[in-house]
Write a new protein. Sequence first.
Length: 209
Amino acid sequence: MSNLKDYILSHSEPEPEYLHQLWRATHLHTLHGHMVSGHLQGRLLKMLVEMIRPQRVLEVGTFSGYSALCMAEGLPDGGHLWTYEINDEMEDFTRKWLENSPYHDRITFMIGDAVTEAPKLNLDFDLAFIDGDKRNYVETYEAVLPLLKNGGFLLADNTLWDGHVTDSAYDSDRQTLGIRRFNDHVAADPRTEQVILPIRDGLTLIRKK
């Protein structure tokens, strides 16, 4: 499997040096470095943005800023990304990396709960990326979906949750239960269409009808 992963990465667009340095710093200086998007998913996020060509993007869950930078990299001229991180302990680390990046002028970084704060922007979005608290994914989805334009896209990260979604050993794990509930909720939602991509930890691509 490691050989296959190496093969995939060697035949995908290279990870920019700035992002690689951020990936390393995230692992060295944060408690949950494994949560950072990384090379393959980062290049996918950039390409999806280039394909969709959104003018306004909303991100729920900035963490260290890696995914925000990847999406900002793919934005068309005039495009902008608003990203919310609920954990204020990440602010000093993340803000430094965002503000020193080549895409700092395309990103507005805010500390706060996107579920309550994003509607106050009075904006509609072409694309949203959910990567926050797995226990509340359904509530986040329901808060974000009305902010999307019809035909807009929503990406949800970690929707396979390291395979735990099908493992009965995790039937009492709140995060696993949150992801399962979200996947069932989206699959039954007549307002959207969706497909789960088995990349990294699972990425669900959702289109609002």
